[in-house]
Design a binder for this molecule. Structure first.
Ligand code: COA
Length: 260
């Protein structure tokens, strides 16, 4: 499938998806959000894809937020629908069951920061700038930013970022755990793809259950989270890959996972 505002490339088991509206720093308009939803569903259901890298086309920007041209004119009901549609797509990314790496190649502001936070891991170029500037437009985040940021970096720091609207440097983002790694800008794609390829060698069902256990456990009580973990721990014991992983260890050989 091809998309007007997205570039989708496959390199073996790793897919690279780039938001492609560089003339507006890859701002997310409604059409791009809809294309992103379709691309994410395609990648989720493609068994040949084991890991995904999401980035922004061009040199300057990952995603500079929701498209302000659209935001400027919308009324209440329309704005609510807009937020719900964006939240839905980012939820799909967060719960794709496959590792998704945000390769943050420049501005990740507003919806861009929200998109990166919905990814499983974040690698930033040392030139990246990350933040939630909605307050400067007299609006608030609409794609889950107020919720994911507080969960990722803690309430106090999240409130500071949300209320000041300030852009963080990549190193500041690393310090507070907003990104996992910072690399030289010229190495961003190779390092992100390398990380994706490394994750793609792991057993896919166990990978999916770890993501489900962490995501599903964060919003319930500790006991319920542990019960979810135990249930998934039980389910993973039914996979061929679990037998292969444990047997390969005992036989001192490299495991060959089949994804079932
Ligand atoms: N929505 C729509 N258009 C956007 C945009 C957005 N979120 N972000 C950037 N653009 C457009 C600009 O309007 C400009 O268009 P033009 O060439 O027709 O004038 C083009 O992208 C380049 O942006 P520009 O502002 O000239 O680049 P810059 O290097 O001076 O500044 C930013 C870069 C990211 C700091 C600045 O573009 C910005 O603040 N963008 C908005 C960020 C934001 O508030 N995001 C949250 C939205 S909810």
């Amino acid at each position: 499938m091809s998309f007007e505002n997205l570039l989708l490339d496959r390199d073996g088991v790793v897919a690279v998806l780039a938001i492609n509206r560089p003339q507006v720093l890859n701002a997310l308009n409604s059409s791009t959000i809809d294309q992103l939803r379709r691309a994410v569903l395609e990648l989720k259901h493609d068994a040949a894809v084991r890991a995904i890298v999401i980035t922004g086309a061009g040199e300057k920007s990952f995603v500079a937020g929701a498209d302000i041209n659209e935001l400027a004119t919308q009324r209440a009901a329309e704005a609510k629908e807009h937020a719900l549609r964006g939240q839905h797509v980012l939820d799909l990314i967060e719960n794709m069951g496959k590792p998704v790496i945000a390769a943050i190649n420049g501005y990740a502001l507003g919806g861009g920061c929200e998109l990166a936070m919905a990814c499983t891991l974040r690698v930033a170029a040392n030139t990246a700038r990350i933040g939630q500037p909605e307050i400067t437009l007299a609006i608030i985040p609409g794609y889950g930013g107020s919720q994911r940021l507080a969960r990722l970096v803690g309430k106090g720091i999240a409130l500071e970022i949300l209320l000041t609207g300030r852009q963080l440097t990549a190193d500041e983002a690393l310090q507070i755990g907003l990104v996992n790694r910072v690399v030289p800008a010229e190495d961003l794609m190779s390092e992100s793809k390398k990380l994706a390829a490394e994750l793609a060698t792991k057993a896919p069902v166990a990978m999916q259950y770890i993501i489900e256990a962490v995501n599903g456990g964060l919003d319930v009580s500790f006991d319920k989270g542990q019960f979810l973990e135990a249930t998934l721990f039980g389910l993973v014991a039914s996979t061929d890959d679990m037998r292969e992983g444990t047997t390969a260890f005992l036989e001192k050989r490299k495991a060959d996972f089949k994804g079932r």
